[in-house]
Structures are given as structure tokens and as C-alpha cells.
Design a protein around this ligand. Sequence first.
Ligand code: NAD
Ligand code: UDP
Length: 332
Amino acid sequence: MQATMNKRILVTGGAGFVGSNICARLLEQGHHVVCMDNFSTGAEQNVAALLDNARFSLLRQDITQAIAVDVDQIYNLACPASPIHYQADPIGTLKTNVVGALNILELSRQRNIPVLQASTSEVYGDPHVHPQSESYWGNVNPIGPRACYDEGKRSAETLFFDYRRQFGLPVKVARIFNTYGPRMHPSDGRVVANFVVQALSGRDLTIYGDGTQTRSFCYVDDLVAGLIAMMNSGPEVTGPLNLGNPEEFTIRELADIVLELTNSSSRIVHQPLPTDDPRQRLPDIAKARRLLGWAPTIRLREGLVRTIAYFETVVAKQSLVTAYVSDPSVPR
Ligand code: NAD
Ligand code: UDP
């Protein structure tokens, strides 16, 4: 890449799972990256390998505070994404989604720079339409325990499109479906991290409910490619665009695949289904295919093999299994 094409790019939530993978990819492409994070669910360890890079800087800041940085593009990823973490401080989650989004949009407005919002399939709630396309408006409980996240992300989408209508801001809204891969935290609480860590440590795999609910799992490299393609698309591509893997699995099927790939003798146990847990989720990605020429390339088994290899190293290095799997809701 030519030096003239290199940009200064802000990644909020850059020390988290997806954010750290984006930071690494943008540095590989020759850009300067400013990673901003309050380290609530992220970890410096996720970006430790990037700290020696002169084009990388790390800022400890909460996006609910006013932001002043000199950049050319913004990826807004700051927000806890796992239900156990975003429900631990629901008011904080809502503030991050609304006040944080306002701060990010103001920065974008001052500099007239593109800003990409990491929205979510959760805006569809427990959907009545399957698969979910962007034209579906969703089925969200506004007062349930997931609302701080679901309604927070919906409000953020509203703000992004109002800034576009009112100020002509070059906004991009990506609706991300369940994504997994290296640098998820062992105590993340989401299903792939839980099952893999449980299987590797010989503990029971905890299926919530009967395991017939479905999700579709996108490997993080595929998602990062989609987010970067969207950011660099023309200004007419505002989204919302679904980014996810269009292969659907039941949670029971996922548990069986993880047990097989880890060669684990762990058992499966059932625990109560959380309130408002969506029954089915599958992205219609026709729009992203058409507008970005993007589609995932890594199938679940291949992505899981890479993810298992990552967790084997982490678990061996940090001996975190005992502490976190015994109670994955223990705050770090
Ligand atoms: P994550 O929890 O690993 O990362 C979130 C990062 O944001 C963490 O580093 C955390 O410390 C930081 N953060 C949280 N609140 C902040 C604040 N107020 N100020 C500054 N930093 C803050 O989660 P993730 O999976 O990497 O998700 C990243 C983004 O993508 C989130 O916005 C999430 O809603 C969205 N998303 C992710 C998925 C997925 O499956 N991974 C699916 C849909 C949407
Ligand atoms: N789940 C599960 N066991 C776990 C963690 C999650 O059965 O240890 C289920 C959860 O109830 C949901 C699905 O797996 O039906 C995906 O949950 P996750 O928290 O990963 O993401 P969500 O899509 O619900 O935000």
C-alpha cells in the first residue's frame, strides 16, 4: 500500500475481541491506528503484540467522555457484547451506546470523516422473520434484561441515520451476527468461548434450554474483512448491512462439534434458558454480497479448529480455566 493511502484510524473498543483483530489488520495494511478502550471487557493483552509498532497508539478512555483525536476514519466498536457482561451494568451499557455514539458522531461531524458503527443482529430481537434481512424491523422487548444492549444499539442506529440526514455525515452501520475466534476472553460468557473452554478443561458443556435454538457463527477474520470493505465502500453504502455467516446451527449441534474437535470427554448439561433468548438467528447477506462483494469464506469447523488452538495456548499460559469456568460471571 502506498504511503499516501495510509490513514489515521480510530478503533474504539480496540482492546476487545473484534477490535483487536481489526487493529492488527489495519496495521498490516499500513495504516496508523489509535486504539481507544476503557478496558471493561477488553484487555491490554489483546493488543500487546501491537504495542511495539510505531503506527499504533493505545488510549485508555471511556467513549462516554468527550473525545478529541486527530483521525481520518472511525470504527465504533466500544460496547460489551456478551449478555453476562452487558447486563452486569445495564445503565452503563445504554450510556455507552447512546452518549458514546453521540461523542463519536460529534467527532466525525467536526472532521467530516467516515464513521462505522458496530451494530448487531440483536436489533432484530427474537425475530418473527427468518432469515433476517435488513428490511425487517425486529421484535425487541424494550423493558427486558437484554434491552440495554438491543435498544441501545437500535438508538445508536437512529442517531447515526439522523446525523446523516441532518448533517450529511458519511455513516456506515454494520449489523454483526454472532462472531467467534482468537482473542475472545475465556470468561467472555458467549457460547463458543464457553463450550471450547469447558471442553478443553473437561468440564460439563452448559446448554441453556433444550439446545434447539439456532445461531450462525462467523469467524472473526471474515467479519473484519467485511467491516473494512464496508468502511472503504462509496458514501452511498450506508447500510444497515448484515455481516455474518449464513449457515445455521442449533446450539446442540455446536456442542457436539466442539466435543468432537476437542476430543473431549466432557458431558452436556442443561441450564435454564435466559429471558428473551432469541429462538432463531440467521443473516440474509444478499445486500452485503451485492454492495461489497463480500461473503464469509471460513466454515464453522475450520474456524473452530483455529479457535480451539488459540484457547489451548491461552488456557495453558494463563491457567485461567479453573478461575473462570467455575464461575464465568466472575468479573475480571
Ligand atoms: P468485547 O467485549 O470483546 O469488546 C468490546 C470492547 O469495548 C472492550 O475492549 C471493552 O473494554 C470496550 N468498551 C466497552 N465499553 C466502553 C466504553 N464506554 N468506552 C471505551 N471502551 C469500551 O466485544 P466484541 O465481541 O469485540 O464486540 C465489539 C463490538 O461489536 C461491540 O460493539 C459489539 O456490540 C459488536 N458486536 C459483536 C458481535 C460478536 O459476535 N462479537 C456481534 C454483534 C455485535
Ligand atoms: N448459550 C448456551 N450455553 C452457554 C452460553 C450460551 O447454551 O454457555 C446459548 C444462549 O442461550 C443462546 C446461544 O447460546 O441461545 C448464543 O448465546 P451467546 O451468549 O453466545 O450470544 P447471543 O446470540 O445470545 O447474544
